[in-house]
Write a protein that binds this ligand. Sequence first.
Ligand code: SF4
Ligand code: FES
Length: 247
Amino acid sequence: MKLTLKIWRQENPTATGAIHTYELDGVAKDMSFLEMLDLLNEQLVLTGEEPVAFDSDCREGICGMCSLMINGEAHGPEVTTTCQLHMRSFNDGDTITIEPWRAEPFPVLKDLVVDRSAFDRIIQAGGYISANTGSAPEANSVPAPRDKAMRAFNVATCIGCGACVAACPNGSASLFMGAKITHLGELPQGQPERWSRVVDMVGQHDHEGFGGCTNIGECASACPKEIPLDVISQLNKDLRTAMKNGL
Ligand code: SF4
Ligand code: FES
C-alpha cells in the first residue's frame, strides 16, 4: 500500500508544532500501525531526517503506552489499542492524519509523545489498598461474591491509556477513575479506604485540570478495553456517599 501521512511534529514541549506530510510506500496490510510508523522512521533516518517520536512498550495491548489520535479518533477506527490496530483497516492511497492525545493535562513532550503522569498522580492520591505485609493469606479467608469479583475483574482491565480523556470533549478522566474506583470498591479488600479514595482521586483529577463528565459517552466508545460507562455512575454514587458522611 502507498499512504500519505500527515503527522504532528513538535520539537519540544514549548515549541510550536505543525502537521508535516510524508509519502510512504511498501506498507503491508498485516503490519501493525506502529510497524508502519517504524517503516516511516527507517525511511526518515535514511534520508537524514529526525524520526517521529511516539510511545510504545508491550505492543500487545496491555501496557497502555501507545496513544495516538488517528484520523481524529483515539486509537483509530477499531476498538483496540494503537499497537493492535493493523493496516488492513486502511486502503491503498489513503491519507492518514496522526496527532498526539488532545488534552491539556497531557502536554506534548515531543511529536506524538505526551506526558501522562497526571494519571499516576491520581492513582497515588487513592488508587490503592492497604494490606499487611507477610505471607500470602489463605485465599478463602476473605470471600468475594462472584458477581462483584467478575465486575471488579472486568474493570481492572483498564490499562490507563488515556484514550477516554483524548476522546472526551471535556477532557474528563471520569471513565479511568470510575474503572479504578469500581475495581477496588467492589472487593472487600478495597473497603477500608473506599470513601477517602473517591474524594482524594476526584480532588487530584480536578487539580490536574481534567474536565467534568457531562454524560456524552465518547470515552466508553473509544476505550480499547470496553470499560462500561456505568463505572462513572458508581464513582458519583461513592462520591455522594462520602460527602454525605462529611469527607
Ligand atoms: S478507561 Fe479505557 S480508555 Fe480510559 S484509560 Fe482505561 S483503558 Fe484507556
Ligand atoms: S504498546 Fe502496550 S498497549 Fe500498545
